[in-house]
Design a protein around this ligand. Structure first.
Ligand code: BT5
Length: 346
C-alpha cells in the first residue's frame, strides 16, 4: 500500500526537533514543493499545531487526540501490526468490518479502528458499550497460517499487550481474567473478542478485537458503574488515545513476532504471570450449567484446568464459557496467606 503524502510530511516533521523548510521536505520526500502548504493547512484544520516561519519552514508542535491514520502511523515502531490502517468515524463493529475485509488480500496485522461503534460486540452475543470519541475500539487482522490449536495463543497477545502497556505508560497494575479480559483494581478496563475463520485444517485469519476504556466515565452506562473502570478513572485525568494505541500495537507486534518464531512457552509463562484467577475459587458457566473449583493453571493451548471439590481435574475450553471469581475464593486465599504467615512465624 502506498503511503499518503500527508502522512509522510507529518512523520518527517515529527522526526525533527526544529524547523524543516519546504525545499528540504520536498527533497527528502521526492515531492513537489507546491504539494506541501495544502497538506499543512489540512493538518491544521484537523487540530495539529504546526508553526511556520518565513525562511525556516515548518515545525510540528502537537497532534490532536484523533485516531486518523497519519496520527497512528506517525512514529509507530512496528513492522507488522498497524502498517495498514482502516479508520471509520462510526461503524457497527470493528470486528464485523475486519471480518468483512479479512479475506480480501489485506496485510497481516492490518488495523481496523473507529471512534464509535453502534453495535459493539462482546462474547456470547453480549454488547460492548462505549460513548463516541472517548475510548479505544479496534480490531487487528492476523493472516499468518497457523494450526487451529494455536489460535488461543494468538489472542493472548492482546490481553498481555494491554497489561504491559498500562504498566509501562501509567504504572498501572493490570491483570488478566481468563480467557482474555483485563482488570484493574477488580474492575474491567478492557475486553477482547476473537473471531476465527478456518479452512480445513488451517486458520485463514484471526480477528482480535479490543475495547479499552480510556476517557469514558464508568457512569456512561449505569449498569456498568461499579463493574467497569477507565484509564481516566485510574490515573485521575483524561489521556490522549494515539500514544496509548501506539504502545499497544508495538507490544502486540513484539509478542506476535515471538509467537511466529515459536517462542510459545515463554509467552504463556508471561501471560500466566498476569493472571488474576490462578489459585482462586471460580465458577464456570456454560450452556446453563455451572461448575465451581480452583483455577489450577492454563495449559499451552489456553485450556483452563479446574480442580473440582472431589479432586478431579477438568479441562475447560475458552470458547463459550463465562467465568466468575468467587469472593469466598479471595477471602479464602487471604486466609491461606495469613495461615502461611502464621505458620512461618511459629
Ligand atoms: C468482551 O466480551 O469483553 C469483549 C469485548 C470486545 C469489544 C471490542 S471493541 C472493538 C471490537 N469490535 C467489537 O465489536 N468488539 C470488539 P464479554 O466478555 O462478553 O463482556 C461483555 C460484557 O462486558 C457486557 O455484557 C458488559 O457487562 C461488560 N461491558 C460492556 N461494555 C463495557 C465497557 N465499556 N467496559 C467494561 N465492561 C463492559
Amino acid at each position: 500500500m502506498r503511503e499518503e503524502i500527508g502522512s509522510k510530511i507529518l512523520k518527517l516533521l515529527a522526526s525533527s526537533s526544529g524547523f524543516l523548510s519546504g525545499p528540504t521536505i520536498a527533497r527528502k520526500l521526492k515531492i513537489s514543493r507546491a504539494a506541501i502548504p495544502k497538506r499543512i493547512k489540512g493538518f491544521r484544520t484537523l487540530g495539529c499545531k504546526i508553526d511556520s516561519c518565513a525562511g525556516q519552514g515548518y515545525r510540528l508542535i502537537s497532534v490532536p487526540d484523533k485516531l486518523l491514520p497519519p496520527f497512528i502511523t506517525m512514529g509507530l515502531k512496528t513492522t507488522i501490526i498497524g502498517r495498514q490502517v482502516f479508520f471509520y468515524p462510526k461503524i457497527d463493529s470493528t470486528n464485523s468490518q475486519a471480518k468483512a475485509i479479512a479475506g480480501q488480500g489485506i496485510h497481516d496485522g492490518a488495523l481496523v479502528i473507529t471512534d464509535y461503534q453502534t453495535q459493539g460486540q462482546g462474547r456470547l452475543k453480549r454488547q460492548w458499550v462505549s460513548p463516541p470519541q472517548k475510548n479505544l475500539l479496534l480490531s487487528v487482522v492476523f493472516c499468518s497460517l497457523v494450526a487451529p490449536s494455536k489460535v488461543f495463543q494468538m489472542t493472548l497477545f492482546a490481553s498481555l499487550a494491554i497489561c504491559k502497556s498500562l504498566n509501562a505508560l501509567f504504572k498501572i497494575k493490570a491483570g488478566i481474567k481468563w480467557p482474555n479480559d483485563v482488570y484493574v483494581n477488580n474492575r474491567k478496563i478492557c475486553g477482547v473478542l476473537t473471531d476465527v475463520a478456518t479452512d480445513q485444517k488451517r486458520v485463514k485469519w484471526v480477528v482480535v478485537g479490543i475495547g479499552l476504556n480510556v476517557n469514558a466515565a464508568p457512569s456512561f452506562e449505569p449498569e456498568l458503574g461499579s463493574l467497569a473502570t477507565s484509564l481516566k478513572r485510574e490515573t485521575g485525568r483524561a489521556q490522549k488515545r494515539p500514544p496509548i494505541l501506539k504502545r499497544i500495537l508495538e507490544e502486540m507486534d513484539c509478542l506476535y513476532k515471538r509467537f511466529l518464531s515459536g517462542e510459545i512457552t515463554n509467552l504463556r509463562d508471561e501471560w500466566l504471570s498476569y493472571s488474576i484467577i490462578l489459585g482462586k475459587k471460580v465458577t464456570i458457566f456454560s450452556d446453563g450449567l455451572q461448575e465451581t473449583g480452583i483455577a489450577e493453571t492454563i495449559d499451552e493451548d489456553g485450556v483452563l484446568i479446574l480442580l473440582t471439590p472431589d479432586g478431579e481435574r477438568k479441562k475447560i475450553v475458552a470458547g463459550d464459557v463465562s467465568l466468575r471469581i468467587q469472593e469466598t475464593g479471595v477471602r479464602r486465599q487471604k486466609s491461606e496467606e495469613r495461615n502461611h504467615n502464621e505458620s512461618s512465624l511459629s
